[in-house]
Design a protein around this ligand. Structure first.
Ligand code: GLA
Length: 710
């Protein structure tokens, strides 16, 4: 039996991890010694080495040069810095593509992509695989017993897609496994449409560039295949590593809501979930988007601590116009990750490159050197993370689950649908925002998750749903859960075939409502809607008003005005549906146009629980009012009752993190006397947060802040 490995394997005795990608192959050895001294001074205790070292280790086919890497690992090890050793297989040397062009990826137009950059491999290429596994084997043999080795980092940011003939052959094999015979494939792909029937497996190809829209099920299966093909390669590397070092955890770095790879199917294949995340300083929604991404990482690890493998201390270089981060910004972002379950805070990269495509990307040591404002902040941050050692390993308590699914995402965003303005990640973010603003922690979960432990489950969009998952959502409500479902959910089955009958067919019974038409709205005009002030709601407002008010955290007045008060109006946009109640109460109706008087939001008591359906895209303040109402239905409250705008509140273990993403200095009332772990100062009554300030409050006595478990 393999021991249970996880972040604790790394944090035991070290506390939170701090460090970054270290690329010593770009520097003469004299610089390495200075690097290590600077790392020690900054409290660096983990570095990722070797991500792009294939050509250095194997300068020509079959050769091996490990001497330099031995010295790097020895140097780091003797300084007490743990090594996250990467398999170098993300960027093969030019000789591989030169001698074996079939290892190079081919795009959907049939063009080969060349070396001279990185990521140039075909996941299904036997030659690539053989060469990659050979170097991984030698690397693992060489360093299995090295004392600095703490973690394996397989490849880098998996996401390669290749349309070559070898990929086509692998796709066919994958399809045979999935569908069995050609008749089943023809049936699943609906090939009677447009004369697409296949009579021989050899005719089947990846969805290459074609004159017009491509079969959506072919494309859906292709996306499943591409994710699985990469996973197969990851597993092959991982198994070599595990075979030689059963006690060393293995990870590969994810990229948040990255479309090409189904991370639900990957996460269980690694010991530690890790993520690369680069919030855009120009995006006002960055703090919420980032929180959502962190919650996804925690969800992928089923609540366990995760590792922020890469982030940036300052501007990146790969956006067209790269805004810098003001002083205090990267610290705020790093602490946001800690608050949301990260036990390691690492950066790309340690020292800024002098040459190569990323020479203008921020680093922990900038070109100007260590005697700089930025490096001083790096050093201070590394030191202060020691104060947070008590949160390492601690869970983030949650009572709300939000369902997200890659296959549904792929299927939803296929061409040829009523509107391309209803997208899965945007829809997810818009439903996530009101909970984030209210200090309500959310777990991101797959549709197959066990939901019964959550008082509230939100499904922003689940266009594709299997029978079993739909039945589980129904059973969840009957068993006493509160469920909210967003528009255009339950529309297709796992083959992307429309489920006929009134929609959403598999959820119709639990929602107590059904629809017959999707009506995308003109772009330039919001759709007026009106809360109906239904009987149940009025009753609830009388009894539950206080609780609702307590949730009016960010826009109190506005929320009150929109607190589902009968007659009050709100705007919706982009998407509407013609829906009729079949037992549900219309909480809101459309107030104009052909849909005037038809339900826009419905609430249905089903069994012991309540199901809500939202047949449009309400403006944020209305979604906020709905979220507040749902929380009241579910008896869930935010971690603090009164949060100023821009302040994120999240509890980890017994520590309440307050993070000021806003531009104003704010006073946040706190109900218990606490100590701020970051400053060591006591806090009573309230805390004052300047812009970008963070408090990490540990209560002096029970109960914990907003204890949802109490
Ligand atoms: C990714 C990669 C790194 C580097 C950074 C730049 O996260 O993994 O190698 O390219 O982006 O932001």
């Amino acid at each position: 039996m393999r021991p249970q490995l996880g972040m604790h394997t790394l944090t035991d005795g070290r506390g939170l991890l701090f460090g970054g990608d270290y690329n010593p192959e770009q520097w003469p050895e004299e610089v390495w010694a200075e690097d290590v001294e600077l790392m020690k001074a900054a409290g660096v205790n983990l570095v990722t080495v070797g991500v792009f070292s294939w050509a250095r280790i194997e300068p020509e086919p079959g050769a091996r040069d490990f001497g330099w890497l031995d010295r790097v690992l020895d140097l780091l090890g003797s300084a007490g810095i743990a090594v996250d050793l990467a398999t170098p297989t993300a960027s093969p040397p030019p000789w591989l593509g030169h001698r074996w062009p079939e290892t190079l990826p081919v795009d959907e137009s049939g063009h080969r992509l060349w070396y001279g950059s990185r990521n140039q491999f075909c996941p299904s290429s036997p030659v690539y695989r053989e060469r990659a596994l050979a170097i991984v084997t030698d690397l693992a043999d060489r360093y299995a017993a090295h004392p600095a080795l703490a973690l394996w980092h397989v490849g880098n940011e998996y996401g390669q897609i290749c349309h070559c003939d070898e990929s086509a052959a692998a796709f066919r094999t994958w399809l045979q496994d999935r569908h069995g015979d050609l008749d089943a494939l023809n049936e699943a792909w609906g090939t009677t449409f447009w004369s697409q029937r296949y009579s021989d497996w050899a005719e089947i190809i990846p969805p290459r560039r074609a004159p017009y829209m491509i079969n959506p099920t072919q494309r859906l299966d292709w996306q499943r295949f591409c994710s699985d093909a990469l996973l197969a390669h990851y597993r092959a590397e991982r198994d070599i590593l595990r075979g030689r070092t059963p006690g060393t955890p293995v990870t590969t770095n994810f990229m948040g809501l990255f479309k090409p790879v189904d991370y639900w199917s990957w996460a269980g294949e690694e010991d530690i979930v890790s993520n690369d995340w680069y919030p855009d300083p120009a995006d006002p929604l960055s703090p919420a988007r980032t929180a959502l991404t962190h919650d996804l990482m925690r969800g992928l690890g089923q609540g366990r601590p995760w590792l922020l493998m890469e982030q940036a201390t300052n501007g990146v270089n790969w956006r067209p116009h790269n805004l810098p981060k003001p002083p205090g910004q990267f610290r705020l972002e790093s602490l946001q990750a800690v608050a949301r379950g990260a036990d390691g805070l690492c950066y790309f990269q340690w020292r800024a490159s002098r040459f190569g495509a990323e020479r203008f990307h921020a680093a922990m040591v900038p070109h100007a050197g260590p005697d700089t404002r930025l490096h001083a902040e790096v050093r201070a941050h590394g030191q202060e993370l020691r104060q947070l050692a008590p949160v390492a390993g601690e869970p983030v308590p949650t009572q709300v689950a939000m369902v997200f699914d890659w296959a549904s995402w792929w299927a939803l965003e296929e061409r040829g649908r009523p509107s391309d303005r209803l997208n899965a990640p945007d829809q997810l973010l818009s439903y996530y925002l009101p909970f984030w603003e209210r200090g309500v922690s959310v777990d991101l979960v797959p549709p197959s998750a066990e939901l019964s432990g959550y008082p509230l489950v939100v499904v922003p969009n689940l266009y594709l749903v299997g029978d079993q998952d739909a039945a589980a959502l129904t059973a969840y409500v009957h068993g006493g859960g509160v469920l909210m479902v967003g528009p255009f959910s339950g529309i297709v089955d796992p083959r992307a075939h429309v489920r006929t009958g009134r929609f959403p067919a598999p959820l119709r019974e639990v929602l107590g409502a059904s629809g017959e038409e999707w009506l995308p709205a003109p772009e330039d005009r919001p759709v007026r809607c009106r809360w109906t002030g239904g009987t149940e709601l009025a009753a609830h407002t009388r009894t539950g008003g206080a609780e609702l008010a307590a949730h009016a955290l960010t826009g109190g007045a506005e929320l009150a005005a929109h607190a589902l008060t009968g007659g009050a109006e709100f705007a919706a946009h982009t998407w509407t549906e013609l829906v009729a109640t079949e037992g549900a109460e219309a909480v809101a109706e459309f107030a104009e146009g052909d849909l005037a008087g038809h339900p826009a939001v419905l609430r249905h008591r089903a069994g012991q629980g309540v199901a809500w359906y939202v047949a449009t895209m309400p403006e944020p303040v209305a979604l906020g009012a709905l979220a507040g109402r749902l929380l009241a239905d579910a008896g869930v409250r935010g971690v603090l009752p009164d949060l100023p705008p821009g302040v994120e509140a999240v509890r980890r273990g017994d520590v309440l993190f307050l993070l000021n993403h806003g531009t104003a200095t704010v006073r946040v009332p706190i109900p218990h006397a606490a100590d701020d772990l970051l400053t060591g100062s006591p806090a009573t009554g309230h805390v004052t947060l300047t812009p970008r300030a963070v408090a990490a409050l540990r209560p002096r006595v029970q109960p914990h802040f907003g204890d949802p478990l109490a």
